[in-house]
Design a protein around this ligand. Structure first.
Ligand SMILES: Cc1cc2nc3c(=O)[nH]c(=O)nc-3n(C[C@H](O)[C@H](O)[C@H](O)COP(=O)(O)OP(=O)(O)OC[C@H]3O[C@@H](n4cnc5c(N)ncnc54)[C@H](O)[C@@H]3O)c2cc1C
Length: 275
């Protein structure tokens, strides 16, 4: 929709050209969220795509993903040949059930900064234990672990005028084995529960829970737990009133699906599943 309070579009080509942050400013990436609501408080958009960041780069440190990388670009990232995590990218991108028009515009940064419970990019980066680079308004940069970026529903650690610059998937996590489960109330619906389990070569197991809780949750174990220990850990981490509640699923059903998926993921990885 038209944002009829916006009177300026700023398109910086470098960080220096961004200039001071002003009241009424908003970062613009793909615009699929920003242009979905009236946003009467906005007067200027700062278009991050003008900065021309390369979408993806494979470096010795890992896969460097620009915040402006679109979901379409992320579906088949350049990874080392045979990297086990390759299939997790299309699985997570497909969990945002937008048509191709949405996926070619929607960015990973926009998805993380919007911080909906059903943000599939949050599931991806938390499961892969990625690190985020932020650019504070005052200059310099700071790093934050993926699991710490989203604080709650539509709340992140970003301060006013701070932006998400990039996401690094560490090279040491390219060969994680993984298992993925997702459910929604209908085929094209928003995720009600999306879980990813990862198993490292040294036996460490992590379970990432999203969509059924307001913010992503990651449970780490030194080894694959038995079913009882896994369910106990979920219960300890998520209080009875900690399940997300909206039109996309009742809390009790989300809890049941989360428990079922956690057990399925544990079994799949214990048996040496597909990925
Ligand atoms: C049909 C449809 C289905 C959708 N399904 C889902 C879904 O299942 N799950 C889901 O989570 N979302 C969903 N969305 C919402 C949206 O498309 C995605 O969250 C998308 O990834 C947002 O990215 P964007 O680049 O379009 O963000 P924008 O609209 O450009 O920005 C969104 C917000 O993030 C801020 N922002 C963007 N980039 C940065 C940055 N680098 N640093 C700091 N702030 C930034 C903006 O200022 C704005 O506040 C859906 C949308 C549609 C239309």
């Amino acid at each position: 929709m038209d944002l009829n309070t916006v009177s300026a579009l700023h398109r910086p080509r470098t960080r220096d050209e961004i200039g001071p942050w002003q009241a009424g400013d908003a970062w613009l990436a793909g615009g699929t969220v920003l242009f979905a609501d009236p946003n009467p408080g906005l007067s200027r958009l700062i278009d991050l795509t003008a900065l021309g960041w390369p979408a993806l780069a494979l470096t010795p440190d890992g896969l460097d993903i620009a915040a402006t990388c679109t979901l379409a670009e992320l579906e088949e990232p350049l990874l080392p040949p045979g990297a086990r995590i390759a299939g997790l990218f299309p699985a997570c991108c497909a969990a945002l059930y937008g048509a191709f028009k949405v996926r070619t515009a929607a960015t990973i940064g926009g998805n993380l900064c919007t911080a909906l419970a059903a943000a599939p990019m949050a599931a991806l980066i938390v499961a892969l234990d990625a690190r985020l680079t932020l650019w504070p308004a005052a200059g310099g940069s700071r790093q934050v672990a993926a699991a710490d970026f989203i604080l709650g529903l539509q709340r992140t650690v970003l301060a006013p005028g701070e932006l998400l610059r990039s996401i690094l998937v560490p090279a040491c996590n390219m060969d994680l084995r993984w298992a993925f489960r997702r459910i929604a109330l209908n085929d094209l619906g928003r995720s009600a529960a999306l879980l990813i389990g990862t198993l490292a070569a040294d036996g460490r197991f992590a379970l990432t829970v999203t969509a059924s809780t307001p913010r992503p949750l990651r449970l780490d174990f030194p080894a694959l737990p038995d079913t009882a220990a896994l369910l106990a850990a979920l219960d300890a981490a998520i209080p009875a009133d900690g399940w997300y509640d909206d039109v996309h699923g009742a809390p009790a059903w989300r809890r049941a699906m989360t428990q079922l998926f956690a057990q399925q993921i544990r079994s799949e990885l214990a048996e040496g599943g597909p990925a």
